[in-house]
Design a protein around this ligand. Structure first.
Ligand code: MG
Length: 310
């Protein structure tokens, strides 16, 4: 059967989460200067959006405790590039604004169990905390990206019904987010689940051009889920350089979809990304051979990025 090219977008925006979501779940903690270098290299490789850190209380996520210094180190780039930082509350927003960050992100949960575990609140309670944060960020002229975690499955509650996600999504858009990333935090979604969720969101009028997908490869479904998302009209895909970031809720070391594997697939389909594939492989080599992180990208490993003196 011939490939139906009409069903794919002409270009895809890759939203790079490695410096935040990736490093947050690695056992090696990078030096501040290496984090700044990583963001610089990612921008140089053509990535149009990079998440640089998190303004949570520093003792809660030691790997990202220096996000303020990272943002300050990137100050000359903050105005002209899409560099995003997570903020959990008003205090985080204040710190992000002080550091000169121009776009922030909030992470909501689709399930009560994860909201309790990660946000120490109920789903509704955490949304009530995010509301003024989003409003204040908008007043300060910032864009706000929303995330919803556990969109398909949850380690405590099992399968998650699409309408639970849709209810949270409606609130976040009401509060003023400009883009929403749908997180498969434990990596259990299959393509059918993805279509069901996108249909559910469409049924309440949420446009697909405001949605991003965020897959984890824990069960080996990340690229299949991405492909079906593209066919369903999604054109923003989250990914992590080197596949950095294990899965905090599974024994598997495989977490985030790797940026290299994603770009390999997209370019193979003739979809434009603006990203230099070889540049990404060089970054993975540096992360593996100089910084000492374990690379999980299949394409980077195939090209020897995990080998010393390759
Ligand atoms: Mg992730």
């Amino acid at each position: 059967m011939a490939l139906n090219r009409e069903s794919f977008p002409k270009s895809v925006t890759i939203y790079e989460v490695g410096p935040r979501d990736g490093l947050q779940n690695e056992s090696i903690i990078l030096k501040t200067s290496d984090k700044i270098e990583l963001v610089n290299l990612l921008l140089k490789a053509g990535l149009p959006a990079v998440e640089i850190g998190s303004f949570v209380r520093p003792d809660l996520i030691p790997a990202l405790a220096d996000s303020n210094e990272v943002a300050v180190g990137l100050k000359p780039l903050l105005k002209s590039n899409r560099l995003v930082a997570l903020v959990p509350n008003m205090k985080g927003l204040d710190r992000a604004l002080e550091a000169g960050v121009r776009e922030v992100a909030v992470i909501a949960s689709a399930t009560e169990s994860f909201a309790r575990a990660n946000l120490n609140n109920s789903v509704q309670g955490s949304l009530e905390i995010f509301r003024p944060v989003i409003e204040q960020a908008l007043l300060a002229g910032l864009n706000v990206r929303g995330y919803i975690s556990m969109c398909y499955g949850d380690p405590w509650e099992g399968k998650v019904a699409p309408d639970k996600v849709t209810q949270v999504a409606e609130r976040l858009f009401e509060y003023g987010i400009s883009e929403l990333s749908l997180g498969d935090t434990i990596g259990v979604a299959t393509p059918g689940d993805v279509i069901s969720l996108l249909d559910s969101l469409e049924s309440v009028g949420i446009a697909r051009n405001k949605l991003a997908v965020h897959f984890h490869d824990t069960y080996g479904q990340a690229l299949s889920n991405t492909l079906v998302s593209l066919q369903e009209g999604i054109s923003i895909v989250d990914a992590s350089i080197g596949g950095l970031g294990g899965c905090p809720f599974a024994k598997s070391a495989t977490g985030n979809l790797s940026t290299e594997d994603l770009v390999w697939q997209l370019h193979g389909l003739g979809i434009q990304t603006g990203v230099n594939f070889e540049g990404l492989i060089e970054i993975s080599k540096w992360l593996s051979q100089v910084v000492g992180l374990k690379i999980k990208s299949k394409t980077a490993i195939a090209l020897g990025a995990d080998k010393v003196n390759s």
